[in-house]
Ligand binder design. Structure first.
Ligand SMILES: Nc1ncnc2c1ncn2[C@@H]1O[C@H](COP(=O)(O)OS(=O)(=O)O)[C@@H](OP(=O)(O)O)[C@H]1O
Ligand SMILES: Nc1ncnc2c1ncn2[C@@H]1O[C@H](COP(=O)(O)OP(=O)(O)O)[C@@H](O)[C@H]1O
Length: 233
């Protein structure tokens, strides 16, 4: 049986095998990586974008549960696809089934949830895709951190400005009901805060009490992307 001993302070790695022979080598310190270097790709982002005739970016959809984030994300994805544009949806609910399945809804876990999705979205944008991230992302500072990961123009924040009453009336998963009954603690909008964006690029809201259709919501985002040059290389 081999025995591995690691010293995180020295960065040395000591291994004893069955014959008691010691091996020493250097490793990255866990939790505070050292000895890692950025490796440049030989294919540049501009070349990838030219290939697919679009500009990589992140469309970040934020809003209360039930405000229509997933509906807009799906509709936008379909609309872009029909125009021959490559997009991909990162939906909070879905990402929490895999990459983020170890995270709950404490403020710290939500922050980590947003940070990870922000990093993945940044990679998709670098690949040249229009990455549609759809998460409650309730805290302003977390969304601002994601914005800071990209150049400002490539982070397009879409605020689903739906009144809580509308979201609660929709309640497609019955979660508001559970939250009101005290059976879910820390539910956004009920007993956990939602901080609306101060400077978002796009706001989706009701007109005279009527919510725009999914197609119209998507149309609003497509117009922005088109007018700002994202739909051509
Ligand atoms: N406590 C609490 N607060 C808010 N939402 C809750 C909670 N518990 C479970 N859910 C369900 O989880 C979905 C939100 O996941 P997100 O990853 O988007 O949330 S967050 O951005 O980390 O706040 C959210 O999905 P949507 O309804 O699509 O927004 C809810 O269905
Ligand atoms: N533009 C809209 N008009 C009418 N109903 C909508 C609209 N957008 C979403 N909905 C409905 O509201 C509910 C919540 O939408 P959803 O996209 O799941 O919200 P979220 O992802 O923000 O939780 C769903 O039942 C959906 O069909």
């Amino acid at each position: 049986m081999a025995l591995d001993l690691a010293s995180s302070e020295s960065g040395h790695y000591v291994s004893l095998n069955q014959q008691g022979i010691k091996k020493c080598s250097v490793m990255s310190v866990i939790g505070n990586p050292t000895n890692i270097f950025w490796h440049e790709s030989t294919v540049e982002k501009a070349e990838r974008q030219k290939l697919i005739n679009q500009q990589g970016c992140v469309v970040w959809i934020t809003g209360l549960s039930g405000s229509g984030k997933s509906t807009l994300a799906c509709s936008l994805n379909r609309e872009l696809h029909s125009r021959g544009k490559l997009s991909y949806v990162l939906d909070g609910d879905n990402v929490r089934h895999g990459l983020n399945k170890n995270l709950g809804f404490s403020p710290e876990d939500r922050t980590e949830n947003i940070r990870r999705v922000g990093e993945v979205a940044k990679l998709f944008a670098d690949a040249g895709l229009i990455c549609i991230a759809s998460l409650i992302s309730p805290y302003r500072k977390d969304r601002e951190s994601c914005r800071a990961m990209l150049t400002d123009a490539n982070f397009i924040e879409v605020f689903m400005n739906m009144p809580l009453e509308v979201c609660e009336k929709r309640d497609p998963k019955g979660l508001y009901k559970l939250a009101r009954a005290g059976k879910i603690k820390g539910f956004t909008g009920i007993d956990d805060p939602y901080e609306p964006p101060l400077n978002c690029e796009i706001k989706i809201e009701q007109n005279n009490g009527i919510c725009p259709s999914p197609r119209d919501m998507a149309g609003q985002v497509v117009s922005y992307l088109d007018e700002n040059g994202f739909l051509h290389a």
